[in-house]
Design a protein around this ligand. Structure first.
Ligand code: GLU
Length: 464
């Protein structure tokens, strides 16, 4: 059996930002294709001219790029393909799988009144004499039997054909309908697997009828349950962040978002934490559940913390710089980058999000003289300042290693008859001006000898 290469696609409508549900759909399609050496294509469904905007397209592309999902080739504009859609409708007309319908809106309304709750049956379906008048092109859909959707997630879904009317393919102004456009595009793009939200399941029976009318192979369908909020209700603004850009602004690194979103509706045994290579190797349609996944910020924090800890120091720095630019904060200066990198091992171990890491890295970003917060200032009484004077003297000749710094601090604490903790408080205040910081020794190695001594000096000068 020859193996057809996998082709998936993400087909957003550019009417707003990239929703977290859309990002997850894109991720599933990307993982499925990339895990099989296949292609992942992008199609912008911009046929609704009133609602589609270039800004929305740009926002969606930016979101995909941020999430690290690369697509093959150029994004395809659905609107630009309208002539091809019309051509297929005319081909169906020629094949006898579609017909011209001259019923007016009023006539259809009158028919519906007489036949309540029934799908419209056009009197033109088998007509021989056709007027030269405005008309739509309708699919000559099968009237008997049923259309079977063999869905990889939802199982077998059957729709009785007499419940579906002969859908319009081409409107009287010559523009294609959405249903026709999707099928023609998926076919022409060679899409083998359609993975999308289950809000599209109801369209699928109709789309299958178009595939069959054209004699085209149907793709494999997988309709994923939508994402719900923590309370189990359909996700909405009420639940907090719903746009991918909002998650970016909350400071979850892209690698963590990929991991978290992959687990939102898909599972591989009990694996919660994994990298891209594992996700690509493991991802399969059989692992997608039928129940809607719930967005869980606690879990997301946990996944995020894991990824920050597992990333290389330079990668965390890059994610941090991405976060700063995303939030419109000033870029890091060279000395700030150097200091943050020097403390990165300690910083990334604790932080669950990028802003939390930045908070801890504050000591590395501030300039002298350090402003000491009120709470931290309590650690800088006369006795403590005295201890800092002795410490400053002791530090003059030590080699600037964590071990030697610790030894020096211990000695000064001993000489003063106090524990190390008593000296760490003032030291922390002097170096960072706040009480929430990494360990004092991590700060000292990050800042280096000159800056550390200068910050101590600034405080001990005040000792009088
Ligand atoms: N444009 C549709 C949407 O944004 C997706 C259509 C499809 O995946 O077939 O919901």
């Amino acid at each position: 059996m020859s193996q057809t290469p996998v082709v998936t696609r993400f087909a957003p409508s550019p009417t707003g930002y990239l929703h977290i549900g859309g990002a997850r759909t894109a991720l599933f399609n990307w993982l499925y294709a990339r895990g099989r050496g296949g292609k992942f294509l992008l199609r912008i469904e911009d046929t609704d001219r009133a609602r589609s905007t270039p800004e929305a397209t740009a926002a969606i592309l930016k979101g995909l790029e941020w999430l690290g999902l690369d697509w093959d080739g150029e994004p395809i504009s659905q609107f630009a393909r309208k002539d091809r859609h019309a051509e297929v409708a005319r081909q169906m007309l020629e094949n006898g799988t579609a017909y011209q319908c001259f019923s007016t809106t009023d006539e259809i309304a009158a028919w519906r009144e007489e036949n309540p709750r029934q799908p419209f049956v056009s009197p033109w379906r088998d007509a021989a004499d056709l007027p030269d008048a405005p008309h739509v092109i309708r699919l000559k859909a099968p009237r008997a039997g049923e259309t079977l959707i063999d869905d990889q997630v939802q199982g077998e879904v059957r729709v009785a054909n007499d419940q579906l009317d002969d859908m319009v393919l081409l409107r009287s102004d010559g523009t294609p309908t959405y249903m026709l456009a999707v099928v023609v595009d998926d076919h022409d793009m060679g899409v083998t697997h359609v993975i999308r939200g289950d809000d599209h399941l109801t369209n699928t029976a109709r789309q299958i009828q178009i595939y069959d009318a054209m004699g085209w192979d149907r793709p494999v369908f997988a309709h994923i349950p939508l994402i719900h909020g923590e309370d189990g209700k359909k996700l909405s603004k009420r639940h907090g962040a719903v746009g991918l850009h909002e998650f970016a602004a909350l400071g979850y690194p892209p690698a963590a978002m990929r991991n978290y979103l992959a687990r939102l509706g898909w599972s591989h045994g009990d694996d919660e934490l994994f990298d891209d290579a594992q996700a690509r190797a493991w991802f399969d349609l059989s692992g997608i559940g039928r129940a809607p996944a719930r967005l869980d910020f606690k879990k997301l924090e946990h996944v995020s913390g894991h990824h920050i800890g597992a990333m290389g120091d330079g990668d965390v720095l890059a994610a941090l710089e991405g976060y700063l630019s995303e939030t419109g904060a000033p870029a890091l200066t060279e000395p700030q980058r150097t200091r943050i990198l020097a403390a990165m091992t300690a910083l990334k171990e604790k932080a669950k999000t990028l802003p939390a890491l930045l908070d801890q890295a504050r000591f590395a970003m501030i300039d002298r003289p350090v402003t000491v917060e009120e709470k931290a200032a309590k650690n800088l009484d006369t006795v403590s300042r005295g201890m800092l004077v002795s410490l400053t003297a002791a530090l003059q000749n030590v080699s600037w290693t964590r071990h030697d710094l610790e030894e020096a601090a211990k000695q000064v604490a001993e000489q003063n008859g106090v524990g190390l903790g008593k000296i760490a408080g003032p030291l922390r205040a002097a170096l960072a001006g706040t009480s929430a910081t990494p360990s004092v020794f991590d700060m000292m190695t990050s800042l280096g000898r000159d800056e550390t001594l200068a910050r101590l000096q600034d405080q001990t000068d005040l000792a009088g």
